[in-house]
Each structure stands twice: as C-alpha cells, then as structure tokens.
Design a protein around this ligand. Structure first.
Ligand code: C2E
Ligand code: MG
Ligand code: MG
Length: 371
C-alpha cells in the first residue's frame, strides 16, 4: 500500500499544480488504482478508488487558481468510473491462474533464459551418487544452473517450469545432455570409466521426436564402455502422454540408455506403468528420506519401495540424504545408492568431491555394513 500512498500523493500534487481536477492529469489516478487492484484485490481497489475520488473531487476544486468548486454530479461520475475500473482490473487479475506480477517476472525469466541458452551461458553441476555398500562415488546427477544477466543465480525450480512452458526446454535439455556426456567422457578419458551419469528429462522432451534424434547422436558419439547414461523422468511426465513416453523410453533403452523414475512416490500415477515401462532405477523422493527418523510410516514406505524395486529388478537411489542417521537407516533397509547434501553437494565438475568416498567408507567400516 506504501506505493499507492506515494503515487496518490504525487498525482494529487501534479493535478493541483496543473490547475485543478478537470485537467486530463486527473486520469493519472488510474495508475495507483490499477496497482492496488492487481496487487491487493477488489476490496482494496474500491477503497483506493474512493480515496482517489474524494481527493480529486470534493477536496480538489475544478480550478485551483479560481477557487471554483466542482459540481457534485461530475466528481460522482469520476468516482464511479474509478470504482468500475478498479473492480474490473481486480477481477481480471484474479481470473489469471498466476498473479500478474509473477507472470511479468516469468516473461523476463523466459527471455533471459532463451538468451542464455543461445549464448551457451547455462552450466551443469554434478551431484555425486554413492554406492551405500562400498561408499564409492559411482556416478553423478547432472543439474542445470543459470545466473541471470545481473549475476543472480535462479533456482531450477523456477526456470525449468518456465523453460517447459515456453518450449526453451528443448534447446536447454539438449545442451545439458551434451555438457553432461562430454564431462563423463572426459572423466572416462582420465580413467574414471563406468560412471552412472543421470540427466533430467522433461515431459515436453519425452514427446518431442527431435529429442530421440539428439539422443541417438550423443550415444553414437561415445565409446560404449566410457560411462552409463541414464535419463531421469518423473511419474508426471509418464502420465502426460504414456503412449509416446513409452515409445521414446523403449527406443532409449534399445540404445543402451537406462531409465530412472525421479521423485518416486510424489506423482499421481498408478503403479501400473512400473510393470509396463522399462525402468532400471527408482529414485525415492527426499520427502520420504527426510521423515525417516521421525515418522515410522515413512520407514515402512521406504522399505516397501526398496522391496518393490528389488522384485522388479530395479535399483534404488535415495534422494536428499542430509543426516548420518538417514544414511544408516537407508543402508539397513537395503537401499543401493544414496544422494544428498550429507554425501556431496552439486558442484562444478572441477570441484567434484571424490573424497566423499572416504567419509562414507569410514561410516561403512564403523557399522560393519560393508563387510
Ligand atoms: P531433482 O531432479 O529431483 O534433483 C535433485 C534436487 O535436489 C536438486 O535441486 C539438488 O540440488 C537437490 N538436493 C540434492 N540433495 C539434497 C539434500 O540433501 N537436501 C535438499 N534439500 N535438496 C537436495 P536443484 O538442482 O535445485 O534442481 C531442482 C529440480 O530442477 C530437479 O529436481 C529437477 O527436477 C529440475 N532440474 C534441474 N536440472 C534440470 C535439467 O537439466 N532438466 C530438467 N528437465 N530438469 C532439471
Ligand atoms: Mg533428478
Ligand atoms: Mg529428484
């Protein structure tokens, strides 16, 4: 409301300086009214319209210089127009699924992101995947990173949905795939062969024929023993278009690429697709891992997920391990692979912490679980 007060005061001053209320400058009162309507809704819009109507009506003569008062009818009409415009603006703003200011912000995010992809300014961070039996770093999840033109880091949870909505995800996803596989090839060339490298794939990409063509090129350009590429898809991406998703994933599998279901347990799909889809890895969502120590139900659910994955011949990766207790619980439940801040944060490829191994190894040795 602070901006409303400042804007109203500024408009009042301008109208007064220009000679009085009938001046066309009186229309400037629509600016603060629209602002309040969009930001604060219908009630605030009515209040703002009445304030503006009173200020520009009874309090503001039609001629300041001549000290002429306004006709009651003319300022009542103006006040009614203010209220009407305020109410219409508030209704329109409310009918949008996203608030107007969020929409405006997203337009800037999408524009900046498109430019960043065009100029190769997005980066990839790698978060280690740890074998919970041996404590070894067995691979990485590739996670996209982007800082806007002012150098502010924008979280993927904000720019990925925008990239999906605007279609930029196609170019962005291709770039992430290349950056991740190029890095995996570099590691292989240094002797770190056989790493599991997972790349997130959106629903939009899964149903785009160009995605498969790009994947074929990437796979053909790598030597087969260098690393194991894995695509992370969500349950939501599967149910968006199950027929095309299945065709893409089967084709990817035929190329030797493995498939992981990301954030497992948070989607709204049925378990039916688990039998039908070629799934190699189930990534247990971090919400289950976070509640492991405190909620016995989460414990039971994680146990069920591990057993179900096992009977389907799939591996499990537990996401979001932040505490040593969670690590121990997951190990005891037979979860194969772990990922989380406790084991290693996402970082530039150069800053990857291969020593994570020692930390978990110590933990393995002390519990005897690795024997
Ligand atoms: P995700 O695929 O589930 O990735 C894991 C996210 O959890 C990452 O967030 C990671 O930094 C975070 N994380 C890892 N360990 C922990 C932990 O111990 N505690 C907590 N609180 N968080 C942890 P990030 O990098 O912000 O990515 C968020 C999401 O954005 C990803 O979730 C993924 O859905 C999406 N995303 C990121 N990069 C890409 C991409 O290249 N393509 C697509 N399509 N989506 C991406
Ligand atoms: Mg993921
Ligand atoms: Mg995840």
């Amino acid at each position: 409301m602070g901006l409303f007060v400042v804007a109203t005061a500024a408009v009042t001053l301008l109208v007064a300086l220009s000679g009085g209320a009938p001046s066309t400058l009186a229309h400037l009162y629509y600016v603060p009214i629209l602002y309040v309507a969009v930001r604060h809704g219908a009630r605030a819009a009515v209040a703002a319209s009445v304030v503006a109507g009173v200020v520009v009506g009874p309090l503001m003569p039609s001629s300041v210089v001549g000290a002429q008062h306004q006709e009651l009818g003319s300022w009542l009409v103006r006040m009614a127009l203010f209220v009407l415009v305020g109410l219409v603006a508030a209704t329109l703003a409310k009918s949008q699924s996203r608030p107007l200011d969020v929409m405006v912000r997203d337009v800037f995010v999408a524009r900046g992101l498109r430019a960043a992809v065009r100029h190769n300014q997005t980066r990839v961070h790698f978060q280690p995947l740890i074998d919970l039996t041996t404590g070894d770093v067995i691979g990485f999840e590739a996670l996209c990173r982007w800082s806007d033109s002012k150098g502010r880091s924008i979280p993927p949870d904000r720019f990925i949905p925008e990239a999906e909505r605007t279609g930029v995800i196609t170019a962005l996803g291709t770039r992430v795939l290349h950056q991740a596989t190029d890095q995996a090839q570099l590691w292989a060339d240094e002797g770190r062969t056989g790493l599991l490298v997972t790349v997130n794939v959106s629903a939009v990409q899964l149903t785009d024929p160009a995605f498969l063509e790009g994947l074929v090129k990437v796979v053909r350009s790598q030597s087969s023993a260098s690393f194991q590429l894995c695509l992370e898809i969500t349950e939501t991406a599967i149910i968006a278009d199950p027929v095309r998703a299945l065709a893409t994933l089967r084709a990817a599998r035929d190329l030797g690429v493995t498939i992981a279901v990301d954030d497992f347990g948070t989607g709204q799909s049925s378990l039916e697709y688990l039998a039908e889809f070629p799934i190699d890895i189930i990534k247990i969502d971090r919400s289950f891992v976070a509640a492991l120590g405190t909620d016995p139900k989460s414990h039971a659910l994680v146990r069920a997920m591990v057993q179900m994955a096992h009977s389907l011949g799939a591996l499990t990766i537990a996401e979001g391990i932040e505490e040593p207790e969670q690590l121990e619980a997951l190990r005891a439940l037979g979860c194969a692979i772990g990922q989380g801040f406790h084991l290693g944060r996402p970082s530039d490829a150069d800053a990857v912490d291969w020593q994570t191994r020692e930390m978990t190894k110590a933990s393995v040795d002390s519990t005897g679980a690795g024997n």
